[in-house]
Design a protein around this ligand. Structure first.
Ligand code: HSE
Length: 403
């Protein structure tokens, strides 16, 4: 018998309980022994829950119960969750989580701790919700030198941008819908300001390139400043605006990683990824391009990935999994200033002045543009170059175009 304890009965934790129950017979069969939910830790009371008899409030009960084999941490954040994860691993219990903040900030230390105590720390659900991405990255693509990862990594912002594009909703209206659907983080700024995508690209980069990439090393821009005007200009040139997390391995092994909204041409497969769906495009030197696609947020898709990790562990608790990486270093991540690309510019000036500054450019048009506003696509250049040309002008929007 394998016993499970769930920490936190929020959207994901309750989804894990539901999947463990609904698919219980199938899970037992796949593991070849019963997998039983023993405890649910939450400070709140759930007297009417079908799991009411499992609820406890004191973590030390789990920590000190030798029958608990696997702890599922779905509390989120990096304070209480860090304390409980550390204590569970020190007690020799394996931990499964969907907590990208904890993995992105403390993953290296927690993986070390797991190894020292003969346990495992698995976090498939921390990136891409229900999409199988982390295990394929380290197993199925293990023969490759991975070179580049480009991902739509946040379901909430993709939902917001899709609703702005498709339904003409404002940013605020679309965010409210995403929150009502249970996609958003408790603090939606983690979604809309790009921090959630940043944590996920850190985890992907660490697994792909073998060194911890810390969130504070990754310049991060969200989507608050994107307007319906930008959406319309992008549409006029066959583009969609998407928030991308990117990690590009340099020849010298350094990593260029950043999060920013981009314009994507319609023919790019990532441009067709809509609503709460996520997609992660990976390039490797043997496989070329491969893309992973699926529901990036939501109760059951995320629980699906958590329970898959539980099943993997339950089949062989003591075997050490291949999800280790190095400690990283302060100079590992290099600035995206080195990357040349085309740029989308919305600015208050005249087209002739823009042509003087940029030479060859592609003007864009939209209905209802106010006098003085122009928009265009530049030729390839770096961000410092484009910013220098625009200095002194009133810039409404500046977005990179994905090549
Ligand atoms: N708030 C996150 C998202 C949840 O919208 O993608 C999944 O990590």
């Amino acid at each position: 018998m394998i016993n499970i304890a769930i920490l936190g009965f929020g959207t994901v934790g309750s989804g894990v309980a539901e999947v463990l129950t609904t698919n219980g017979a199938l899970i037992d069969q796949r593991v070849n022994q019963p997998v039983s939910l023993k405890y649910i830790l939450d400070l709140r009371d759930f007297p009417d829950s079908p799991y009411a008899q499992h609820f406890i409030k004191d973590f030390s009960i789990i920590e000190n119960d030798p029958e608990v084999d696997i702890v599922v941490e779905t509390i989120g954040g990096a304070t209480v969750a860090l304390d409980y994860t550390t204590r569970a691993l020190k007690a020799g219990k394996s931990v499964v989580t969907s907590n990208k903040e904890l993995v992105a900030t403390h993953g290296y230390d927690l993986l070390q701790l797991a190894r020292e105590h003969g346990a495992n720390y698995l976090f498939e659900a921390s990136v891409g919700g229900g999409i199988p991405i982390l295990r394929p990255l380290t197993s199925c693509l293990a023969a490759n030198q991975l070179t580049q990862i480009t991902g739509i990594l946040n379901g909430t912002t993709n939902y917001i941008l899709t609703r702005m594009i498709r339904a003409g909703l404002t940013f605020e209206q679309a965010l409210k819908e995403a929150q009502d659907n249970g996609y958003a983080e408790r603090d939606p700024s983690a979604d809309v300001d790009g921090h959630d995508a940043c944590r996920k690209i850190c985890i992907l980069a660490a697994l792909a390139f073998g060194q911890h990439v810390y969130p504070e090393q990754v310049p991060t821009q969200g989507i608050r400043q994107i307007t319906l005007a930008d959406v319309a200009y992008a549409d006029s040139c066959g583009c969609k605006i998407k928030l991308l997390g990117r990690a590009i391995r340099q020849e010298d092994g350094k990593i260029c990683a950043f999060v920013a909204p981009h314009l994507l041409y319609g023919e790019n497969p990532l441009a067709g990824v809509e609503d709460v769906f996520n997609a992660i495009a990976v390039n490797g030197n043997a496989i070329g391009d491969v893309m992973f696609y699926g529901q990036g947020a939501g109760k059951l898709p995320t629980a699906s990935a958590v329970v898959a990790d539980v099943i993997d562990l339950a089949k062989d608790l003591k075997h050490s999994r291949r999800n280790q990486w190095g400690p990283g270093s302060p100079d590992l991540v290099v600035s995206s200033d080195i990357l040349s690309s085309r740029w989308y510019v919305r600015v208050n000036t005249t087209l002739s002045r823009a042509r003087e500054l940029f030479g060859d450019l592609q003007p864009l048009a939209r209905g209802g543009a106010p006098a003085g506003e122009i928009a265009f696509l530049t030729g390839p250049m770096t961000e410092p170059q484009v910013r220098e040309k625009l200095s002194g002008l009133s810039v409404g929007s500046l977005l990179r175009v994905l090549d």
